[in-house]
Ligand binder design. Structure first.
Ligand code: PLP
Length: 294
């Protein structure tokens, strides 16, 4: 990853009334050491993050990402992020992005044990080239996530609906998918329902309806999926949130993994079963996702 920019933030309390947060920011060299060894984000993965796409300097869906950051903070008992402070930090990072596609990361960590405050920082970096995934598509395998659909309600301390820094499980699932000859994975619950991918949401086409797994504590609410559903509704397509049995994957009329950086990757095969790919529809979806979105 080529880093372009990094900014350390001194997090302000959410009721701070000032309008300019410039003096809470310290720009640092993104390739130089910045965290202390006691940082709980590195020691325990104890923190939350957001990854935001920037296209030709336009920050995609900034408010949706800030809302999800606040939601994750609530679930993790972290102090609420001050929206204006983070907006200003995002604007600083976006200014370093230039043209083309870029990724901004927001990170809020519990900080240092017994330290004075949480630590927070924002980075900007170049993104990978996702052309093949968007144009040719991806092969996926289903992988057991190890919990049933009611687990998140019974065990909120698992933080299943929070975007925490603890992505070791998600990365392990991607490695397992590759070992099985696929490009990506779809997590399924132990009671046989479809959840999400390790770093993306799933959208299926069934007839002329787009569906996605119903929002519940076990999956992350995807900003890309929600933006696409708004777009589909505006174009009079039917969209629905459903509890989707795993068996329904093989009979879908189309399927995509969608996320902020890779955007929509059409699924060409699930567990070895080919799926129809509508190239024109996928191109129009990515055309929308690449347009400026708020
Ligand atoms: N689900 C998980 C587990 C993710 O990590 C991500 C993105 O990183 C998504 C879904 C898609 O979210 P978004 O569309 O906001 O990028």
């Amino acid at each position: 990853m080529t880093w372009r920019f990094a900014l350390v933030i001194d997090p302000a309390p959410v009721d701070d009334t000032r309008t300019d947060f410039a003096d809470t920011f310290t720009q640092i060299d993104p390739s130089a050491p910045a965290l202390t060894v006691g940082e709980l984000s590195t020691q325990r993965g104890d923190g939350i993050f957001e990854t935001i796409g920037v296209i030709d300097g336009h920050v995609q869906e900034a408010e949706a990402h800030l809302q999800r950051l606040a939601h994750s903070a609530r679930l993790c008992d972290l102090p609420a992020p001050h929206p204006d402070q983070w907006r200003q930090a995002i604007a600083r990072a976006a200014a370093a992005c230039g043209t083309g596609e870029c990724a901004i990361k927001l990170i809020l960590s519990r900080g240092v044990e017994h330290g004075p405050a949480p630590t927070a920082w924002v980075t900007a970096a170049e993104t990978a080239d996702f052309t093949d995934a968007r144009d040719i598509g991806i092969r996926v395998v289903t992988l057991d996530r190890g919990y049933d659909i009611t687990t998140p309600d019974r065990a909120p301390w698992l933080l299943l609906g929070a975007k925490t820094l603890s992505y070791a499980v998600n990365m392990a699932a991607l490695r397992e998918a590759k070992r099985r000859g696929a490009d990506d994975a779809i997590f399924v619950s132990t009671d046989g329902f479809v959840l999400e991918a390790p770093t993306a949401s799933l959208i299926l086409l069934r007839g002329d309806r787009f569906i996605t797994p119903a929002p519940h504590g076990g999956i992350l609410q995807g900003t890309t999926q929600q933006s696409l559903f708004d777009h589909f509704r505006a174009h009079r397509y039917a969209v629905d949130y459903e509890t989707i049995p795993v068996a329904d994957l093989a009979t879908a009329d189309g399927a995509w993994l969608v996320s902020s950086l890779r955007l929509a990757a059409p699924i060409t095969e699930i567990d070895g079963t080919p799926l129809p790919v509508d190239t024109a529809l996928t191109a129009s979806i990515n055309h929308y996702l690449l347009s400026p979105r708020d």
